[in-house]
Design a protein around this ligand. Structure first.
Ligand SMILES: Cc1ncc(COP(=O)(O)O)c(C=O)c1O
Length: 427
């Protein structure tokens, strides 16, 4: 085991100073909820390239935060940056029409089999909101089925039963200040429970169910491979009972396959929501789906947003779609992610560290098999001290820029960090 300084002061000294300063002017010190949970503190990043980030002191880190999902191509992919740099001085925001709106739309629809049309918005949260409105208008019903532990954005209507197991099918609000009344319209079911889903959907008309909203890989629940039978039954019962099936592929889109979970598991929803990797690090999301459902916006469903279809973000979307279609990129992503999983699992075994490894495509979780959040935090600190960054609670986004060499360096750091955690917590 290599001795490293895990004193929080030493990991990223300037970040520590910046973190204290940020907390004085920004609520919570961060721009998005969970970023405050990074251990020992959020690293303040000066620049990033490919799989690497450098802090304010110029210290290099291998990055598995991936900006919480978008950086599937790694940081500042040259084609994405070139497209954005070309667009930026030419057209910032016309507020009418521009060709990238349909060129990027055509590229996205070309990547996602079965999707016929789309609407642009800015964030995953917004896209989900639009999808729910389209589904309610289409079905003429009101209730939404979601699954336990699934996160679909922070808006009141579905920010429920994200961490809690809930009581039966009743939604549990995740934040103080949410409107409790809208949660009466949510039905929460267990993920991968085919029988209960089929039973509930058979009563869709009586229960006033408009849509089933599912993140097919249950990313916020630690990542779960969907049972193909479960997805197939959802598809079939939604069709039979007039329910709109929405795949929330804000995380899984382009990541578990170019055509997302729908392609990987061979089930075509009525609507998809996409975000994150869609614009490879720019703010852009979309709702895709059957033309007749999307086209309700031309009749009586309202969809709007000042920043929707921003040319700079759409230049990034178009470049990202091109990069995702390069031959072999998904094969090497899978190879490197599998190599990382095997290497980290073997390191845990060799060192006897109480950690398990779990992976869905290019997303990996390293979780304590004994102990609690403190054990996970201790590992995060040991890893940060060795130049490896992952998400709070051990989630890791592998990108197409993580080479075999970078993955090998990561595995060495994990072995060392595991040994350090084991040494300080002998079982
Ligand atoms: C499955 C899923 N849907 C929606 C969202 C919300 O996306 P955004 O953070 O862009 O609003 C997220 C964010 O993590 C997500 O994981």
């Amino acid at each position: 085991m290599t001795a490293v300084n895990t004193d929080p002061v030493a990991i990223s000294p300037s970040s520590r100073v910046a973190w204290e300063r940020a907390k004085r002017s920004i609520g919570g010190g961060v721009s998005s909820g969970l970023r405050g949970d990074f251990q020992p503190y959020p690293i303040f990043v000066d620049r990033a390239q490919g799989p690497l980030m450098w802090d304010l002191d110029g210290r290099e880190f291998i990055d598995y935060i991936g900006a919480w999902g978008p950086m599937l191509l790694g940081h500042s992919h040259p084609d994405v940056i070139a497209a954005v740099a070309e667009e930026l001085p030419r057209l910032q925001m016309p507020g009418t029409g521009h060709v990238l709106e349909y060129e990027a739309a055509e590229a996205v629809l070309g990547a996602v089999p079965g999707a016929e049309k789309l609407l642009w918005s800015n964030t995953g949260t917004e896209a989900v909101q639009v999808a729910l409105r389209l589904a309610r208008a289409w079905s003429g019903r009101n209730h939404i089925v979601k699954f336990t532990r699934a996160y679909h954005g922070w808006h009141d209507s579905v920010f429920a039963s994200v961490a809690e197991h809930g009581e039966g099918t009743r939604a549990v609000a995740h934040s103080k200040g949410q409107n409790p009344r809208v949660l009466d319209d949510l039905i929460v079911l267990p993920f991968n429970d085919t029988e209960q889903a089929a039973k509930t959907l058979a009563r869709a008309a009586e229960l006033d169910i408009a849509a089933v909203l599912i993140d097919p890989i249950l990313n916020s629940g630690g990542g779960v491979e969907p049972d193909p039978e479960f997805l197939a039954v959802l598809r079939q019962t939604c069709t039979e009972h007039g329910v709109v099936l929405i795949f929330d592929e804000v995380v899984s889109g382009f990541r578990v396959a170019r055509g997302g979970a729908a392609e990987r598991w061979g089930v075509t929803p009525d609507l998809w929501t996409l975000g994150k990797a869609l614009a490879a690090g720019f703010s852009q999301s979309a709702v895709l789906g059957r033309a007749e459902i999307i086209d309700q916006v031309t009749v009586d469903v309202y969809h709007a947003g000042t920043y929707n279809g921003n040319p700079v973000a759409l230049a990034a979307v178009k470049a990202a779609m091109h990069a995702y279609s390069s031959p072999g990129v998904y094969d090497s992503l899978e190879e490197n992610a599998a190599h990382l999983e095997n290497g980290v699992a073997a390191a845990a075994e060799r060192t006897g560290a109480p950690f398990g490894v779990h992976r869905v495509a290019s997303i990996m979780w390293v979780y304590p098999t004994r102990g609690d959040d403190d054990t996970a935090d201790a590992l995060a600190i040991e890893l940060a001290a060795r130049g490896i960054l992952l998400l709070p609670r051990g989630e890791m986004f592998v990108s197409m820029a993580h080479t075999r060499e970078v993955v090998d360096r990561t595995i060495v750091a994990f072995e060392d960090a595991f040994a350090a955690v084991s040494a300080s917590n002998p079982s």
